[in-house]
Ligand binder design. Structure first.
Ligand code: ADP
Length: 285
């Protein structure tokens, strides 16, 4: 069975009021364990509404949703178990840091699980290491004394300390400088590759999507309008443009080169691939 299974998932905010808004309509989607899926779409297309269903912050107003075997259309679903399995990292998660030390902040979730302090300590050390923060150097510091990128990594460690099977991230690199961005994205990639974590990533950055994910789901007006391998999606530059979405900078460059007559492969998403495609087109091999 798929880890996440939505069938005709619909969500209507403020149903029956003058402010009623249909945020998701007939979303059918399944995600298997171990996948790395990007979710893109214009502002207001339903991305954040969708991901909040995956850990039951929102419930379907129509259709079916099962996450990790738990039926979320059932009002009596076991939400506590679900929230241990699905970690949701909001935009700017560092705004939710609040404890006096980095250690205590990461320990907050495991302590709520009533684990003993040795187990809590194990989880804190393990999750800080996963995001590249040295527990010995940083554990006793105030989270508010860290850099923006470090704070964000500590906040993500707090979610990882619950040992989730699925990590859902909303714009994890937003607002960081290029180095902070690269570090955080590298760590997310490593979590997927080394820990086998299933990752869902909402992003506005097509470059980020091209570098990280294998599959892309495109939302528009609350519906899934494209779903497939990242390369196939980025071949549809015109369809994406019609939704107000771009393609990765490298793919855009390749399109322009083709427009000026250089027969480079259109299926090019990374700098290395672009180098090879240009050499090939110029017959430099
Ligand atoms: P995205 O994350 O893609 O920007 P959202 O899921 O935030 O999209 O929003 C989808 C639609 O639902 C939008 O039309 C938005 O105005 C509406 N919406 C989002 N949150 C609420 C809310 N709490 N109450 C009413 N309408 C909302």
């Amino acid at each position: 069975m798929a880890l996440i299974e939505c069938r005709n998932l619909t969500h209507v905010y403020l149903k029956g009021t003058p402010l009623e808004a249909v945020a998701l309509q007939d979303v059918t989607l399944s995600v298997e364990a171990g996948e790395f899926v990007g979710i893109i779409g214009p502002t207001g297309s339903g991305k954040s509404t969708l991901i909040q269903h995956f850990n039951a912050l929102l419930r379907p107003t129509g259709g079916a949703l099962r996450v990790s075997g738990i039926d979320l259309a059932n009002p009596r679903a076991d939400v506590k178990t679900l929230r241990q399995q699905v970690g949701l990292v909001f935009q700017y998660p560092e705004h939710q840091l609040f404890e006096e030390t980095v250690y205590d902040d990461v320990a907050y979730g495991p302590r709520n699980l009533r684990l003993n302090e040795d187990e809590v300590g194990e989880r804190v050390v393990e999750s800080l290491a996963l995001v590249g923060v040295d527990p010995n150097r940083f554990g006793r510091r105030s989270p508010f004394s860290l850099s923006g990128g470090e704070m964000r990594r500590v906040a993500i460690a707090g979610v990882l300390a619950m040992r989730p099977r699925v990590l859902v991230l909303d714009e994890p690199a937003a607002g960081l400088d290029p180095k902070g961005k690269e570090e955080i994205l590298g760590q997310i990639r490593a979590l997927h590759q080394a820990q086998g974590l299933t990752v869902l990533l909402v992003t506005h950055s097509m470059d980020e999507a091209a570098q990280l994910v294998r599959r892309l789901v495109v939302l528009a007006r609350g519906r899934v309008v494209m779903d497939g391998p990242v390369r196939e999606i980025f071949r549809r530059a015109q369809d994406l443009a019609a939704l107000g979405l771009g393609i990765p900078a490298i793919a855009e460059l390749m399109l322009r080169l083709r427009g000026s007559g250089l027969q480079v492969s259109p299926d090019t998403l990374t700098v290395d691939e672009a180098r090879a495609a240009i050499r090939e087109a110029l017959r430099w091999n």
